[in-house]
Design a protein around this ligand. Structure first.
Ligand SMILES: *Cc1c(COP(=O)(O)O)cnc(C)c1O
Length: 375
């Protein structure tokens, strides 16, 4: 795919950019450019796909690939995404290494997940090479925006939206894929301190057969009310359960959950179709295996969490995701009941976290060829 390059005529000056990079926050500032690729459906090919039995293999062609100045998107107020939420996204980071080179972590996994999400939301498949090239181009042009401080990175946000001007309910026949980038500091701010979380009893983020397995904006919209409830109770994050079955642990609104057992086992909820499969989750599973932990992907209930902590069987609990990397969970509140995590030193959590961060920032050995050079 050929990308047309429309460089920004007046990118932000060095001084203003340095000011932003001195305290980037998260998601507050955006780089000078964005990448866009448009898509148009091919109805004849779609009819053939339906006839062949794969009606979710949405047919069409990608065109008008371009790098352009970051700025407002012009679209019809009747665009499908604004009414029916046909949208998916990804999140990954670019890291500056000591020699100045810039790398990202397992981008093929994000490209593959974008396409799994696309199928669920009846959006088209984007070729992996187009995904990787879009990211590479954006970071190459905005390389000065990649911070080099400890725990800092350039957060990349690829997303796909339904742009057709049409209020009928069916998949949009025009779509655009975009990538924007935002310098990121430490997600929870400052030093690594355990977060406290709130068990959502009144709300779920995903239901059986729903879109929990896809990374789509709608899941996040559904998580905002419980997030407000958690904040009102003084907690940083929400824990979602599977209330239909046995209160098994699902995940946080944007992070997967792990338990460390005293005998060295590492347990995380199995993928049920309502849990989002994190790239960090799968990397933690591999790193834990490398460290000699036994890893289990299985059902784990809130009751097992309570009794495990009480008996000393569970020694650490942590959450993981690209944005916040790995964060110890200090306490969980369920109604009026509070389960404190054991007051240990989070040794296993911190060891896995360090290995992951060292790898991403170029200080560790890349045993699994997870790093992908961008610049
Ligand atoms: C993105 C996301 C995660 C974490 O995925 P990573 O690939 O590790 O960043 C976990 N849960 C939900 C609901 C998410 O949207």
């Amino acid at each position: 795919m050929d990308f047309e390059i429309q460089a920004h005529p007046s990118p932000l000056g060095d001084e203003a950019r340095h000011e932003i990079l001195s305290n980037p926050g998260f998601g507050d500032h955006f780089t000078d450019h964005m990448v866009t690729i448009d898509w148009t459906a091919d109805l004849d090919a779609q009819a053939a796909a339906v006839a062949s039995g794969d009606f979710l293999n949405i047919q069409g062609h990608w065109h008008n690939a371009r790098l352009e100045p970051f700025g407002p998107i012009s679209m019809s107020p009747a665009s499908a995404v604004l009414h029916y939420g046909q949208e998916i996204f990804e999140g990954l980071k670019a890291y500056r290494h000591a020699d100045g080179s810039i790398w990202t972590f397992r981008p093929e996994a994000n490209a593959a997940r974008l396409n799994r999400s696309a199928r669920r939301l009846a959006l088209p498949q984007l070729p992996e090479e187009a995904f990787l090239e879009a990211i590479r181009l954006l970071v190459a042009h905005d390389h000065q925006w990649v911070p080099d401080g400890d725990g800092e990175s350039l957060y990349l946000r690829p997303f796909m939206i339904a742009t057709e001007e049409f209020l009928g309910v069916r998949p949009s026949r025009t779509v655009s894929f975009r990538v924007i980038a935002s310098p990121a500091g430490n997600y929870f701010g400052g030093e690594l301190k355990p977060v406290s979380i709130w068990v959502s009893r009144d709300y779920a983020r995903a239901g059986v057969g729903g879109t929990g397995v896809a990374k789509c904006g709608g899941n996040y919209a559904a998580s905002l009310a419980p997030q407000l409830e958690a904040a009102a109770r003084g907690h940083a994050q929400v824990l979602f359960l599977d209330p239909l079955h046995d209160n098994s642990i699902e995940e946080l609104g944007g992070m997967n959950v792990f338990f460390v057992f005293a005998d060295g086992r590492l347990v995380t909820p199995e993928l049920t179709g309502t849990i989002l499969e994190g790239v960090t989750r799968s990397s933690v599973l591999q790193i834990a295996r490398d460290h000699g932990h036994t890893v289990e992907e299985r059902r784990i209930t809130l009751d097992e969490w309570k009794t495990g902590v009480a008996s000393g069987e569970i020694t650490e609990v942590f959450a993981c995701g690209t944005a916040a990397v790995i964060t110890p969970i200090g306490a969980v509140q369920d109604g009026e009941e509070i389960i404190e995590s054991p007051a240990g030193d989070h040794a296993a959590t911190l060891k896995i976290r360090k290995e992951l961060l060292d790898l991403q920032t170029g200080r560790g050995e890349d045993r699994h060829q997870w790093m992908h050079r961008l610049v």
